[in-house]
Design a binder for this molecule. Structure first.
Ligand SMILES: *[C@@H]1O[C@H](CO)[C@@H](O)[C@H](O)[C@H]1NC(C)=O
Ligand SMILES: *[C@@H]1O[C@H](CO)[C@@H](O)[C@H](O)[C@H]1NC(C)=O
Ligand SMILES: *[C@@H]1O[C@H](CO)[C@@H](O)[C@H](O)[C@H]1NC(C)=O
Ligand SMILES: *[C@@H]1O[C@H](CO)[C@@H](O)[C@H](O)[C@H]1NC(C)=O
Ligand SMILES: *[C@@H]1O[C@H](CO)[C@@H](O)[C@H](O)[C@H]1NC(C)=O
Length: 262
């Protein structure tokens, strides 16, 4: 039997150490994509570029959108990171809508693309509301943290708080937080679920993502694990918005940081 596809796609990519600033880019490049071809060659009988741009238009407004055409069938979802403004969100989801049909051949029945600020996905089956923990992307900083065991301990606690925040009603699937590990070192954490997930599947997805840190990011200064239905990331530089000094105040409001004790 031609089992031509691995059940698990893992792209293990090592990032060079990053500078301590985050820049906004006007021309985003994908950080990964995944395509699964039909078992027998089939063309989707529609212009899916247009459909993906339509869902991108919708997602530009609220940060999240889905669409479905049951007769084909064709399901698609676009999600921006919840801290991204609508202009950057729009740029990202439209870049996704353009790149996905180019990267995935026309006989793809399951296509996914990841950017820093958004993800987009389509399939011939409905995946809405369901945790998908099959395919993921992992980026890890190559540098180890100082005091690595304690660092991972505090990172785990921070990630469990931001994951909790992501499942709270009104947070649109986003949790952010920071923890001052040492006077000069702050750990920043972010968790995001796609907004079709209810709190329980969101929590389940994030706990699977955070659990991957042990296998793929042990002792690393920064890491991200990106499934399509949720993703989790920590760094020792601010990578989410707002980047200004008032960020902590905002985050304390979500009671994300306060409970991480020294
Ligand atoms: C989607 O495509 C795959 C691969 O060809 C096929 O096995 C599956 O039955 C299709 N699903 C639907 C709901 O059409
Ligand atoms: C599909 O739609 C896009 C965007 O509207 C358009 O640029 C492209 O030419 C269309 N492709 C086909 C094959 O119709
Ligand atoms: C990080 O720590 C691990 C475990 O102690 C070690 O094997 C690895 O060489 C270290 N990597 C770097 C870049 O220092
Ligand atoms: C962190 O360390 C403390 C004290 O040793 C321990 O009680 C706690 O369970 C650890 N937390 C994690 C997430 O490993
Ligand atoms: C931070 O908060 C203070 C007090 O609310 C405010 O005066 C200041 O303008 C804020 N700074 C920024 C960069 O938003």
């Amino acid at each position: 039997m031609a089992s031509f596809l691995p059940l698990l796609l893992l792209l293990l990519l090592l990032l060079l150490p990053l500078s301590t600033t985050t820049t906004t880019t006007s021309d985003p490049t994908p950080i990964g994509h995944y395509c699964r071809p039909f078992s027998t060659f089939t063309h989707l009988q529609l212009n899916h570029t247009q459909l993906l741009h339509d869902v991108a238009d919708e997602a530009s407004i609220s940060g999240f959108a889905t669409s479905s055409i049951l007769s084909i069938p064709f399901y698609t979802l676009a999600q921006c990171r919840g801290d991204i403004n609508s202009k950057d969100c729009s740029t990202c989801v439209h870049a996704a809508a353009t790149a996905l049909p180019q990267l995935c051949p026309p006989n793809t029945f399951d296509g996914r693309i990841w950017f820093d600020y958004c993800i987009m996905r389509f399939a011939n089956y409905s995946f809405f509301g369901q945790v998908d923990a099959t395919y993921f992307i992992n980026y890890a900083n190559i540098d180890n943290a100082t005091d690595p065991i304690e660092f991972m301990n505090k990172t785990s606690e921070l990630m469990s708080h931001v994951s909790g925040a992501a499942t709270e009603p009104g947070n649109a699937g986003l949790g952010r937080g920071e923890y001052k590990f040492e006077p000069q070192i702050t750990i920043y954490g972010l968790a995001q679920c796609t907004e079709d997930l209810e709190p329980m599947p969101c929590a389940q997805c994030l706990s699977l993502a955070v659990a991957k840190f042990r296998d793929y990011c042990e002792f690393k200064q920064g890491c991200q694990v990106l499934f399509t239905s949720c993703w989790a990331r920590y760094e020792i530089y601010p990578f989410f918005f707002p980047l200004d000094v008032n960020a902590t105040t905002t985050l304390l409001h979500h009671s994300v940081v306060a409970q991480v004790n020294t």
